[in-house]
Write a protein that binds this ligand. Structure first.
Ligand code: PLP
Length: 401
């Protein structure tokens, strides 16, 4: 008899973390590996934020805090939602967790009964379906192919809604595709939701500040105020402030839901680290100029990667609106053979052969629910990106058949 619970058979370890680890292991073994799997900015946390954390340690802010966030951080989050999103939340409508990941997980644990359906447009962030499964819900994926800009169409959403639908999870700009909804595109989606009052929307706005070419960010509760009472607006400091290791995420939403999320947290991890919370206050209240400067660097890298990948035989790479990912198709390589005789049958074969032949670590599209694609994170140095794209070009040029 195994010690392991049956719920474990429903999920798999995060494939993106697995690729990052594999790349690290190969590097440690002396291989020349470029890892393009990780979903974190290569920039450092700004000094003013680090100083706030050091100040908090010195001031003795080293004890338990309120489970769902300090009053100071909740106040900063309320101000952020008002300032940047035109959304009014009171502190009782705010919850803070150990990363946006914990907030999303707790929200699903707090709301899903067995068999409840959660609509997830694909390609999706790898954790959504597994979190839904852990919470005993049923993920319902809707394919959103490159031809529609990797975006959900209103008619497809309408067709997927059943009496059992509890949530739609929206993520714009998206991990892994980088796709971002315009106000009008988002409105088409929220119009559908207005007609289905039993469906709630979980908006994962983690990449809000990484939008290019003059596009403006929008989030469902702002686009359609009628949805305010059934929207959970999730955000965090990981991506915008280069604070992935600090583990602070948060959400605004209806009081009853926010309270329930806090109850789950109170019986599992309690409060997020007190020092990280103090750092997040400085992140949200302090200078914001570096965000746009860094976004401009990301835009330049996006343009470089898209251009170089489109010069690789068999690869087709759309230009995404945001985040720091591209999601090219490798359909043109399927059925071909590597110089050492391996047939590329799937995108997983493609990424495995690419890692073995050229030491470039990327993640297969099947992990994100839309194949045959692969995801590249361009949150790495321009030099490394250029070298990685050259290697991908060489790898593709060497395929036969
Ligand atoms: N949502 C999306 C779409 C992400 O890509 C990530 C991180 O990769 C998260 C949420 C979670 O971020 P964190 O837990 O660091 O706040």
């Amino acid at each position: 008899m195994s010690i392991l619970a049956s719920r474990l058979s429903r999920i798999k370890p995060s494939p993106t973390l697995a690729v990052t680890q594999k790349a690290r292991e190969l590097k440690a073994a002396g291989r020349d590996v470029i890892g393009l799997g990780a979903g974190e900015p290569d920039f450092d946390t700004p000094d003013s934020i680090k100083e706030a954390a050091i100040g908090a340690i010195r001031a003795g802010d080293t004890k338990y805090t309120n489970v769902d966030g300090t009053p100071a951080l909740k106040k900063a989050i309320c101000a952020k939602f008002r300032r940047e999103n035109g959304l009014t939340y009171t502190p009782e409508q705010i919850t803070v967790g150990t990363g946006g990941k914990q907030v999303l997980y707790n929200a699903l644990m707090a709301t899903l009964n067995p068999g409840d359906e959660v609509i997830i447009p694909a390609p999706y962030w790898v954790s959504y379906p597994d979190m839904v499964e852990l919470a005993e819900g049923t993920p319902v994926s809707i394919a959103c192919p490159a031809e529609q800009g990797f975006k959900l169409r209103a008619a497809d959403l309408e067709a997927a809604i059943t009496p059992k639908t509890k949530w739609l999870i929206l993520n714009s700009p998206s991990n892994p595709s980088g796709a971002a909804y315009t106000f009008e595109e988002m409105k088409a989606i929220t119009d559908v939701l207005v007609r289905h009052p039993h469906v709630w929307v979980m908006s994962d706005d983690m990449y809000e500040h990484l939008l290019y070419d003059g596009l403006s960010f929008c989030t469902p509760a702002q686009v359609e105020p009628a949805l305010y009472d059934r929207t959970l607006t999730v955000n965090g400091v990981s991506k915008a402030y280069a604070m992935t290791g600090w583990r602070i995420g948060y959400a605004g939403g209806p009081k009853e839901l926010i309270k329930a999320i806090g109850v789950i947290q109170s019986q599992s991890t309690s409060n997020p680290a007190s020092i990280s919370q103090a750092a997040a206050v400085e992140a949200l209240n302090g200078p914001q100029d570096f965000i746009a400067e860094r976004a401009e660097v990301f835009r330049q890298r996006r343009d470089l990667v898209v251009s170089m990948l489109n010069q690789a035989t068999g690869i087709s790479c759309p230009k995404p609106e945001g985040a720091f990912y591209v999601y090219p198709s490798c359909a043109g390589t399927i059925g071909k053979t590597t110089p050492d005789g391996k047939v590329i049958g799937t995108d997983e074969d493609f990424v495995t052969a690419l890692l073995e032949a050229e030491g470039v670590a990327v993640v297969q599209g099947s992990a994100f629910g839309l194949a045959p694609h692969f995801r590249i994170s361009y949150a790495t140095s321009t030099e490394e990106l250029e070298e990685a794209c050259r290697r991908i070009q060489r790898f593709c040029a060497g395929l036969r058949g």
